[in-house]
Design a protein around this ligand. Structure first.
Ligand code: ATP
Ligand code: MG
Length: 231
């Protein structure tokens, strides 16, 4: 069996904000391509901090973060912008959509600056929106959509540039149970198709549906690391 290099390699990573107790305390973690990792743990245990370091939204105080062969902690600001655009898709609890733009234009945003033609990008956006069951809302403003529909738009935007890695921080945290079930099904189908996913959540049903592996953070350390036998 050949072992491919991990898509995420985190070595001795610590993160301390302003002399507080460390949010992450010497973390080591490897994630392989195709894994769907759920990150669980109590509030304040460092879950979002970990995700933000992988996303290049923040830098570690110490240690190395390598994603898809890129030393993320060492990138310049413009390198980080490019890294996020080309390799990462991110979904947040509160959608982070721009309400001045249509649904379609929100999904097209990541394609700007990538060099693909507008026509190609629009085809891809239409495919994604259709696939996620919201093609008929392409011309609407996100503010007119339900929470579940908004999160589908956010997932479409995250997938626009075919990211090596999809990151999600509490993607069902602001949804009612029916919409949460939709998003759960969507993420589950993406992961069964091989999309690598790191998912931060308190939603154990979501973790159980999507994850091939679960880690639990406590006080900025990995307290548990379980690979699912079945899902
Ligand atoms: N920008 C920041 N400035 C200062 N402290 C921060 C910052 N972000 C996080 N922290 C602190 O770092 C620790 C870890 O926070 P983090 O947001 O990673 O926790 P979390 O596990 O995501 O919690 P939750 O489940 O509530 O979202 C907490 O003590 C938090 O107060
Ligand atoms: Mg958090």
């Amino acid at each position: 069996m050949t072992t491919a290099a991990p898509i995420i390699e985190i070595s001795e990573v610590s993160k301390t904000y302003d002399g507080e107790r460390p949010a992450l305390a010497g973390l080591d973690l490897q994630v392989r391509a195709g894994e769907a990792l759920a990150v669980l743990g109590p509030s304040g245990s460092g879950k979002s901090t970990l995700l933000n370091l992988v996303a290049g939204l923040d830098r570690p105080t110490a240690g190395r973060v390598t994603v898809d062969g890129v030393r993320v902690d060492a990138l310049t600001e413009s390198g980080l912008a490019r890294y996020r655009r080309e390799r990462i898709g991110m979904v947040f609890q509160f959608f982070n959509l721009l309400d001045d733009l249509t649904v379609e234009d929100n999904v097209l945003l990541p394609a700007q600056l990538t060099g693909i033609s507008r026509a190609t990008a629009r085809r891809r956006a239409a495919e994604l929106l259709d696939r996620l069951g919201i093609g008929h809302r392409a011309g609407a403003r996100p503010g007119r959509l339900s929470g579940g529909e908004r999160q589908r738009v956010a997932v479409a935007r995250a997938l626009m540039n075919r990211p090596a890695l999809l990151l999600a921080d509490e993607p069902t945290g602001a949804l009612d149970s029916a919409a949460a079930a939709d998003v759960r099904e969507l993420l589950r189908s993406l992961t069964t198709e091989g999309q690598t996913l790191v998912l931060v959540t308190h939603d154990t049903a979501l973790a159980a549906a999507c994850a091939t592996r679960t880690i639990e953070l406590v006080d900025g350390r990995i307290a548990r690391d379980v690979t699912a036998v079945l899902r």
